[in-house]
Design a protein around this ligand. Structure first.
Ligand code: BGC
Length: 442
């Protein structure tokens, strides 16, 4: 048995827009009604959490989870600028109390891709007063929720938010190829993080505050020098830039010339959250002008879950956990894997991922890396952003129309790992190799 340290946190991650349903005051609901979702769907009822999360909290409790990551929907809390919805605040208070009562420690994300339409209309994080506006929101919610939560994730994946919102155009505001905009928004978000950190610690000196970084392994498409440089640039911009901002207050040169610095940020970090899923290959391609003149691709012969509408979602790569933790360790903060998972409706390779990710994690902890928890993405299938309902990440499957849930085999497998607080050797043997690729389910 590969045992984990006592008190290790085992959880799942979720986000408000993806599970609540009926979130109509944020920029994503506009995006969805403009027909921007690849399968034509919208989030609709999602997992219907706004009407009650009890059945899913029961599932989590039965699995023995001792933590869960949720997010607050700013657009419910402040649907119009300056108008606060106290019943929404009371709703979140109740949800957090419910988690606590079940012995499930909540981690709360303040911004998980969505924000009110009025904030978006003013330019989102590009607006001059974005830091003040976001801080006002943080002040309000932390003051109200400080007795029921002390682990805060300020921002979810600023790197994904900007890459999809300003480079590929798959997320609102749908800009393409705007590298300068990307860098500016990123540094603005680092300033938002710093202010949120300050505010939270004013209310709760002992709170733990971090952010969630998506970490992708970028592999050069060939041994050629230009592909190796391209992979390094992707690594620098996607994986390292937010760390740079929080660590030094600046981007690395030459990117520091294009955006303001975030001089208040260094030191304002209690933990690092790592969201780890994929490996991608990178090869220089002069035609790829919206992705920095490089083709980012997934070779066909690698383990993959369900396909996204226009191709592979990514290579499912347990080793990415190792690479992410080894990189992030240098910043000297405790780490949590705040997301890890695979879209896999038929549960073909999720068990393989789970077991192999746990094995990597166990090795890392044994080697002295301070990783304190693992959160699987996600408990129940939820609305998957620009892919809609096409990609299924749940340990439990969901029929969004009937709201029926059913367990995938991985639910019991994860519950066993959690129950045993470790990984039995027998599981390693059983899941040493991923199941062969089967036809992609849609
Ligand atoms: C996001 C989640 C998303 C998951 C799977 C992460 O980048 O934080 O909201 O559902 O990946 O794509």
């Amino acid at each position: 048995m590969m045992s984990f340290p006592p008190g290790f946190l085992w959880g799942v991650s979720t986000s408000s827009h993806q599970v609540e349903g009926g979130t109509v005051h944020n920029q994503w609901s506009d995006w969805e009604s403009q027909g921007r979702i690849r399968d034509g769907s919208n989030c609709e009822l999602a997992c219907d959490w706004w009407n009650g999360a009890t059945q899913d909290l029961d599932l989590a409790q039965r699995m023995g989870l001792n933590t869960m990551r949720i997010s607050l929907e700013w657009s419910r809390l402040e649907p119009e600028e300056g108008r606060w919805n106290t019943s929404a605040l009371a709703h979140y208070y109740g949800l957090l109390v419910d988690l606590q009562k079940r012995g499930i420690r909540p981690f709360v994300t303040l911004h998980h891709f969505t924000h009110p339409k009025w904030f978006e209309d003013r330019g989102g994080f590009q607006a001059r007063d974005a830091v003040e506006t976001f801080s006002r929101f943080v002040q309000r919610v932390v003051e109200a929720l400080r007795y029921v939560c002390s682990d805060w994730v300020t921002l979810n994946e600023p790197n994904v938010y900007v890459a999809f919102g300003y480079l590929t155009g798959e997320f609102p505001p749908g800009r393409r190829g705007d590298l300068v905009g990307t860098l500016r928004v990123l540094s603005r978000m680092a300033r938002c993080h710093a202010e949120a950190y300050r505010i939270i610690h004013e209310f709760q000196p002992h709170a733990q505050v971090g952010w969630a970084q998506n970490y992708v392994v970028f592999e050069p498409g060939s041994a050629r020098y230009r592909d190796r440089v391209a992979a390094r640039i992707f690594d620098q911009l996607f994986n390292q830039s937010f760390f740079d901002l929080l660590h030094t207050g600046h981007f690395q040169p030459p990117w520091d010339r294009f955006a303001e610095s975030a001089t208040a940020a260094p030191g304002k970090l209690d933990f690092i959250g790592l969201n780890v899923y994929n490996r991608l290959h990178v090869a220089v391609d002069p035609r790829a002008k919206h992705s920095l003149f490089a083709r980012v691709y997934v070779p066909e012969d690698v383990p993959q879950g369900d396909h996204a509408a226009e191709g592979a979602y990514g290579e499912c790569h347990p080793e990415a956990v190792t690479r992410a933790v080894e990189y992030a360790s240098r910043f000297g903060r405790p780490m949590y894997i705040l997301e890890n998972g695979v879209p896999d409706r038929d549960d073909r390779i999720r068990p393989w991922l789970l077991v192999n990710a746990m094995q990597r994690l166990h090795r890392l902890i044994a080697a002295g890396h301070d990783v304190r928890g693992y959160f699987h993405w996600t408990l129940v299938d939820s609305f998957e952003w620009s892919e809609g309902w096409r990609l299924r990440f749940g340990l439990y499957g969901l029929d969004p129309a009937t709201q029926e849930r059913y367990p995938r085999p991985s639910a019991e497998l994860y519950a066993r790992i959690v129950r045993e607080n470790g990984l039995a050797e027998e599981l390693l043997e059983k899941y040493a190799v991923p199941s062969p690729q089967s036809p992609v389910s849609v």
